[in-house]
Design a protein around this ligand. Sequence first.
Ligand SMILES: NC(=O)c1ccc[n+]([C@@H]2O[C@H](COP(=O)([O-])OP(=O)(O)OC[C@H]3O[C@@H](n4cnc5c(N)ncnc54)[C@H](OP(=O)(O)O)[C@@H]3O)[C@@H](O)[C@H]2O)c1
Length: 232
Amino acid sequence: MPRTLLISGASSGIGRAIATGLAAEGHRLSLGVRSPQALESTSLEPSAQVLLHTYEATQPASAEDWVTATVGRFGSIDGLIHCAGVFSRAGLLFGAEEAAEPERIWTVNLMGPWWLTRSAWPWLVRSGRGRIITLVSMSGKRVRGGLAAYATSKFALMALCDCMRQEGWDAGIRVTAICPSWVNTEMAAGVQAIPRQEMTQPEDLAAQVSLLLALPASAVPFELAISCQREW
Ligand SMILES: NC(=O)c1ccc[n+]([C@@H]2O[C@H](COP(=O)([O-])OP(=O)(O)OC[C@H]3O[C@@H](n4cnc5c(N)ncnc54)[C@H](OP(=O)(O)O)[C@@H]3O)[C@@H](O)[C@H]2O)c1
């Protein structure tokens, strides 16, 4: 049964692959992007099924505006797919020139999903079959590579997912944290350690999301750990 779904970070990479897959399956999509023109003349251009709305993850009011516009257009919200995120190599002993970096990363990666979830929550409850799918990371499960700013943001995001799961359960809301290692997107463009074709492909994560949305509430996994490398 089609859902009305908000997808952040739909302009590129994983979010775009997920949106493309879900559009083909007939879901109603509200795509939050910083530059709506990035999706003009693509399969995700505005239509009866697709709403494009500006969304800036660092601004709580932007989340509110996007939710209001979505409900105005479709009358309901049945799911959130949090894909907007930023990567950083700022480490534990970040340099003076990187002093603002941890807070910037936490704001986008943690507070962005938190503000958006808070804004959409009453509608997810009203849906009775709400779903929240969040692109966390393997960096939200283990620390590797000196990525303190990024890893701390993703560990906190994992905790946020658990809060959403606990507090939404009785209202029928189901939450899944997707935890990939390297995915072949712009975010991984600087990675030398593994060839791009050996990374997880965004289309394969999109297929996982389609499956998650098709599963009954009694069978939704809380966590999907997906690594293209040996982890343990
Ligand atoms: N690629 C990987 O290896 C990997 C692995 C594990 C987890 N992840 C996570 O997966 C998610 C998607 O990453 P990706 O690989 O698809 O990267 P990507 O291609 O760089 O896409 C990131 C998306 O986030 C959006 N975004 C960034 N800052 C934003 C802000 N302030 N407000 C609104 N949107 C913002 C970008 O929008 P613009 O186009 O406007 O910049 C873009 O759509 C992220 O949360 C990332 O941490 C990625």
